[in-house]
Ligand binder design. Sequence first.
Ligand SMILES: [Fe+2]
Length: 351
Amino acid sequence: MKIRNSALAGIALAATAALGLTACGGSTTPAATVSPSADAKVSGEITVYNAQHESMTKAWVEEFSKETGVKVTLRQGKDTEMSNQIIQEGDKSPADVFITENSPAMTQVENAGLFADLTDEVKNNVPAEYRPSTNKWTGVAARSTVFVYNKEKLTEDKLPKSLSDLAGPEWKSRWGASPSGADFQAIVSAYLELKGEAETEKWLTAMKENAKGYQGNGAVLKAVNAGEIEGGVIYHYYYFGDQAKTGENSNNVASHYFKNQDPGAFVSVSGGGVLKSSKNKAAADAFLAFITGKKGQEQLQTGKDFEYTVGAGVASNDKLVPLAELQAPTVDSSKLNSKKVTELMTKAGLL
Ligand SMILES: [Fe+2]
């Protein structure tokens, strides 16, 4: 029953509703046989296109190479920059594995038909609620939307109850975000999926009126901490990351989780997938199995990135509010539409 209570239980439910066959056919049932990557003979080289935090993926790569002897070349970029590149390269892409910060870029590559199916081992590592219903890629980590606020400027009773509240005229010039980032755009994609196009357009138009734009979530956190704005919509780990260092950009800040299945309680899944065109599919599969497996997820648990774990039953860092308590809304990550989001945000003057 732990799965039912977890923040992303909705993904499995949405999959069941939309694609009864897939769900009944076994996406939630563990596969009968497991082929552990540690025992499998993998060798050679792979190239990983990485849009996740570089430090995190580097730590994974180092450990994986030590264990298997596979040489991994990392190419670092941003979510949609890399998804567009993969699509442009098509069958000739040097990428064997693609890892992102958010789901929409994964969906883009999936829709282009470029991902191979997940192996049973990966499916066994990651519960169905952290994978899209299609099983063309998997969640490798997760992050929660949060409203960070300046404790001197705002008290708990004055906090917005919903992300939608920030569209009200009373919030004019009081909050900020980083609209050009993949993180914020993933939040908008969830809003779109949950509320529909007309509501999203309205909300974005109000946001243009009310919010200050920053380059990056770190800049939003800093502005909130300095009291330049009262609050900001970012992901949870920026606060924890800063606290783990000096706290100089977050000591005046508290985190408000919207909960109640609000669009502002959206939990975004960071994705990992193996390209169909991979020339070393065994090693690419083994890498994805490694990062979603016990060792890879433990690295996430104890590392400095403060993202949520999603695999191998490994608990998240205990400083975090548990995923199961976040009351995240039901969103099937394979339905997030990044193209529409860019279109609507451009129309609203946010991009
Ligand atoms: Fe981020």
